[in-house]
Structure formats: C-alpha cells, structure tokens
Design a protein around this ligand. Structure first.
Ligand code: IPD
Ligand code: CA
Ligand code: CA
Length: 286
C-alpha cells in the first residue's frame, strides 16, 4: 500500500473535502491516521513477538494478562494519533485514558489476543476505532503477522487491504462456520454458555475459538466466519469490529437482539439471517 499524504488537524468540513485514494477507493483522512498508528503498533508487536523470551507479563485478573508490548503499542498509537488530532479524547485498554474533546473519542485495543501473543500463537491484532458524537465512524483492525488490514468508514463500506469485503450470504446456520469465545474470565457462566453452545453447535457446520475478538469480527466482515458471539467483552475488543461488520452489510446485536453491545459486554455478529438464528438460541440463557 502506498504511503499517503499526511493531513494536519482538520475541521469536520475539511474532512469532507480531504480524502485519499487507496486501492481505487477513497480513504477518510482520520482513517488514514488510524492506519498509520496501527502500522506503528504492528511494528512494536512483531518485534516483541520475535523476542518473546524478553516479554514481561503481568496478571490483570483471572486468566487476563498484559505485557510490556501491549503498553508500548498503546503509547505508540496514542502519540501517533495525537500528532494529528491533539484535542481528541482516548480510551485505551491498558490505561491510556486521555481527556479531551468527547465528541471525538478513539477506542483502542493495542494488542487483541494477548494470550495468543504470549503463547507464541501468531493470531492477534491491533484494533482502533473512532467514535464521533457517540457514533462509530472509523475502524481499523490490523493483523501484523499476515499483513491484513481491515478498514471501514461509516457509510463507505469495509475493506481488506483496500478491497471491498462483505459478510457471508449464508441463509441459516446449516453448514455455517462460526466463531465464539469461552467464558474464561467468568467460569461461573460456563454452564449457561454450554447450553447455548450445544444448541448452536447442533445446527451449524463447525465452531472456532480464535482468541482475538477483533479478528473474529473482522473475519465476519470478510465472510470468512458466518457469525460470532461472545459475552464478557469490553468496548475496545469490539468497537472497530462492530463498524467493520456493519459496513460489510452485516449486523451486530446483544444477546436479546438489542443494540446494547458495549454496555452489556456481549455481542452477536453476522448477516441479519445468521444473527437472528443465533439470538434465538442465546436468548434462552439470558
Ligand atoms: C481478549 C480477546 C479474546 C476474547 C476476550 C478478550 P485481549 O482480548 O479478544 O478473544 O475472548 O474476551 O478480552 O485481552 O487479548 O486484548
Ligand atoms: Ca481485547
Ligand atoms: Ca488487549
């Protein structure tokens, strides 16, 4: 992908007129900055992955870890975006809360899939979303190992490495390949989880547990997974992925078909038909 021209701090009007061409598609200037930040973080992460013996790991909670690389990547993202948008506000998973203009809020998971990273499993991503006035507006999920860059701008579709992607055309769960996550931080929920898992598994083709919510959602957007569900997630796990799925023609909902994904920390994603079928099963244990 060609390097793109930098765009200094921009007014909303200027943003409308200032866009960049990438892979035949125009790229929103704020998305351009998010992509640059994701690539900088990607370099921090791949370097860290090559020297994993030097990683310092801390325990944040039950089965929840953070490394020096998560923190370095988050700082790199925030400082890169701040160069262009010094007045914006930031919420990063690793404590990177920066007060500022609440109308422009960046939601960052610098390394989604930390357990994979620690274990040497090359499946993790950088996730960056921008909310404007409470609405998701720009999204980047970057897999630095495969060099896969998933991007979306509100109203302009979703792309993988500059090429348009869409959710799958699956009409029901029959034959579908889904993704999910076990309730590894809340094992008291396991029995309810297994009830719905059992019902869904009996209807679908197969189920994956990849270990990165951001990539699960990006793969739904790209039609690689037909659907995905998880409970116990945080806004930074799903903010970018939600916009990717919507811009790829899919929908996201909470477990009862409502819009409170971030507030409730639960998400179902896929094309509308798949989500409807998943919600039917998930509702039972709600
Ligand atoms: C986790 C991953 C995992 C999901 C967890 C997340 P982290 O994020 O996305 O797939 O099941 O709910 O917390 O801790 O690796 O950034
Ligand atoms: Ca995460
Ligand atoms: Ca993380």
């Amino acid at each position: 992908m060609k390097a793109l021209v930098d765009c200094a701090p921009l007014s909303t009007q200027a943003v409308i007129f200032c866009s960049f061409i990438i892979g035949g598609l125009t790229m929103h200037p704020m998305l351009n900055i998010a992509v640059r930040a994701a690539r900088v973080a990607g370099n921090v992460i791949t370097r860290g992955f090559e020297n994993r013996s030097e990683i310092e790991t801390q325990v944040k909670g039950p089965n929840d870890y953070v490394t020096r690389i998560d923190k370095e990547a988050e700082q790199a993202i925030i400082s890169k975006i701040k160069q262009s948008y010094p007045t914006h506000s930031f919420v990063g998973e690793e404590g990177g809360i920066v007060a500022g203009d609440e109308d422009f809020k960046w939601i960052i998971d610098p390394l989604d899939g930390t357990t994979n990273f620690i274990q040497g499993i090359p499946h993790f991503a950088v996730s960056i979303a921008l909310m404007i006035k409470g609405r998701l507006d720009q999204a980047v999920v970057f897999d630095p190992i495969r060099g896969e860059l998933f991007t979306a701008s509100r109203g302009a579709g979703a792309q993988l490495n500059g090429f348009r992607v869409r959710t799958s055309a699956r009409k029901d769960l029959n034959g579908s390949v889904l993704a999910t996550a076990l309730p590894f931080k809340h094992k008291d929920r396991f029995s309810d989880y297994m009830t719905s898992f059992n019902n869904i598994f009996m209807q679908c083709g197969d189920i994956r547990r990849g270990g990165s919510a951001a990539l699960d959602l990006a793969y739904v957007a790209a039609g690689r997974f037909d659907g995905y569900w998880e409970k116990g997630i945080k806004p930074w796990d799903i903010a970018a992925g939600e916009l990717l799925v919507r811009e790829a023609g899919g929908i996201v909902s909470d477990f009862v078909g409502g819009h409170d994904t971030m507030k409730k920390g639960e998400i179902v994603a896929g094309n509308p038909k798949v989500v409807r079928e998943l919600v039917k099963q998930l509702k039972v244990t709600e």
